[in-house]
Design a protein around this ligand. Structure first.
Ligand code: HPA
Length: 269
């Protein structure tokens, strides 16, 4: 194992205790989930040599452990995106460190554009599968046969069923669909959105897929929730911007965070 990963896992263990089963990676709009943890302790990414240095404002860069109800969980606030560097492996060290620490489930969250007229801004979608439209991999350069990672059931069917039941029990509408990963950072053209819809995707976003590949390769199960922050380009007469994404995300975050808390407590990995 790479020395940075070994050191990071050791620091997580030493500072935060034994690994929780579930780590939640927070995307845009989901940040307030970190505040609902009880009895939390945290470590900054800067103290974990395998973790990325973060540039984008609003992404904090810390691992926090605490409880939601009776469930102990780790939260990662801060994601390195491929659009920052062109590389898909920005979260490689972080995810391998979680696995080395002993985490078993990566629960991802993100913000996405809706390509389904019936799925409105503020609503949530469980990711059932993805399209790696970018066709980049965080496993490039990986030696050995393990690099040929199977991607069937990448989003764990058992965990998906538990998440759907938890959302239904609290009366939250949870859509289910396919997430198309685009590189960004520009938003899509209407023609690109027509293409992605024809490909069979319901949501489009600039994250998550590299981390799913890394997590599956590291032996973790994956569950992922998308918050729709806008209708995708050309679907409606809307000008897209990061400020718009964040404004919708903030308005919807209370419901999303409550749903995430219910899902975390319901999971039996
Ligand atoms: N496209 C890509 N990424 C996004 C979008 C979008 O419309 N909304 C939020 N993230």
């Amino acid at each position: 194992m790479n020395e940075h990963i070994r050191l990071s896992a050791a620091t997580l263990q030493q500072r935060l205790g034994p690994a929780p089963e579930i780590a939640v990676l927070l995307g845009s709009g989901w940040g307030p989930f970190a505040e609902v943890l009880q009895g939390a302790t945290e470590v900054a990414y800067a103290e974990l040599p395998a973790f990325p240095a973060l540039a984008v404002g609003g992404h904090k860069g810390l691992v926090r452990v605490g409880t939601v109800g009776n469930t102990r969980v780790a939260v990662l606030a801060g994601r390195k995106h491929a659009y920052e560097t062109g590389n898909a492996d920005g979260m490689l060290g972080a995810i391998r460190s979680l696995a080395a620490w002993g985490v078993r489930v990566l629960l991802q969250t993100n913000a996405a554009g809706s390509m389904d007229a019936g799925m409105r801004p503020g609503e949530l979608m469980l990711i059932s599968d993805h399209l790696n439209v970018v066709q980049r991999s965080p496993l490039i350069g990986e030696p050995g046969d393990k690099r040929f990672q199977d991607m069937n059931h990448a989003y764990d069917p058992g965990l998906n069923a538990q998440a759907k039941a938890a959302a239904a029990a609290m009366g939250t509408q949870l859509h289910e669909g396919i997430y198309a990963w685009v590189l960004g950072p520009q938003f899509e053209t209407p023609a690109e959105i027509r293409m992605l819809r024809a490909f069979g995707a319901q949501a489009v976003g600039m994250s998550t897929v590299p981390e799913t590949i890394l997590a599956r390769h590291a032996g973790l199960k994956v569950l992922a929730l998308s918050m729709m922050t806008n209708m995708a380009a050309g679907m409606e007469n809307e000008v897209l911007s990061h400020a718009h994404t964040l404004a919708t995300a903030n308005a919807a975050s209370e419901r999303a965070v409550a749903t995430l808390a219910a899902v975390v407590q319901a999971l039996k990995p």
